[in-house]
Design a protein. Structure first.
Length: 197
């Protein structure tokens, strides 16, 4: 089973992902961008001033490598896989980054590229915080952490959730870290139980 954690920068996703290591020690934990050389290229693009379309394809290459090296092998072994960010991040963030380009309907374009090869998540836990809170927490250190940009990303996530309400589980990220962790752990337990049942 593939469970993904999504949310704006500063939502608390990574803190939750780290906490889940203790409650689900047998799971395969992974993340995007990965720690491969593809992921390193992605991080260089994020920290620099890379062309948004070029950045999309770096992310896409990293995702393809992630699928072949980590996701698919773990799922073939019937493992629980928990990923900190996955394809929805691409749809939400890169569609926002490409919104000011000549590309029409950027989210549909990005989803079309992925549809040919990606493995959709079985469930996605969305840790929900507003863009201002997210920007304040993340420190707004790069283009993807600015409040105005995060507002576009937030709107894209809402489109994704509206399109697939049965896949997404929303968790209030404005609670204390302990409450968010408890809530997500309960959701993961329920999802795994339902999947196995």
């Amino acid at each position: 089973m593939l469970i993904t954690l999504e949310g704006l920068d500063g939502s608390g996703k990574t803190t939750v992902w780290e906490a889940l290591h203790d409650s689900h020690p047998d799971a395969t934990f992974t993340r995007e961008p990965t720690e491969s050389w593809y992921g390193e290229a992605v991080n260089r693009a994020i920290d620099g001033d890379a062309d948004p379309l070029a950045t999309l394809f770096l992310f896409t290459a990293d995702h393809a490598d992630h699928l072949s090296r980590t996701i698919r092998p773990a799922l073939e072994n019937d493992e629980l896989v928990i990923s900190d960010r996955y394809s929805d991040s691409r749809y939400a963030y890169q569609a926002a980054a490409l919104a000011e380009t000549d590309l029409t309907r950027p989210m549909e374009y990005i989803r079309g590229i992925h549809q040919a090869f990606t493995r959709p998540p079985d469930a996605t836990i969305y840790i929900d915080v507003d863009p201002r809170t997210a920007a304040g927490r993340s420190g707004a250190t790069n283009q993807f952490e600015q409040e105005a940009f995060l507002a576009k990303v937030d709107a894209n996530y809402e489109r994704l959730i509206k399109a697939e309400p049965d896949r997404f589980v929303r968790v209030d990220g404005t609670q204390s870290p302990e409450e968010v962790i408890d809530a997500v752990e309960s959701v993961v337990d329920r999802l795994v139980e339902t999947h196995q049942g």
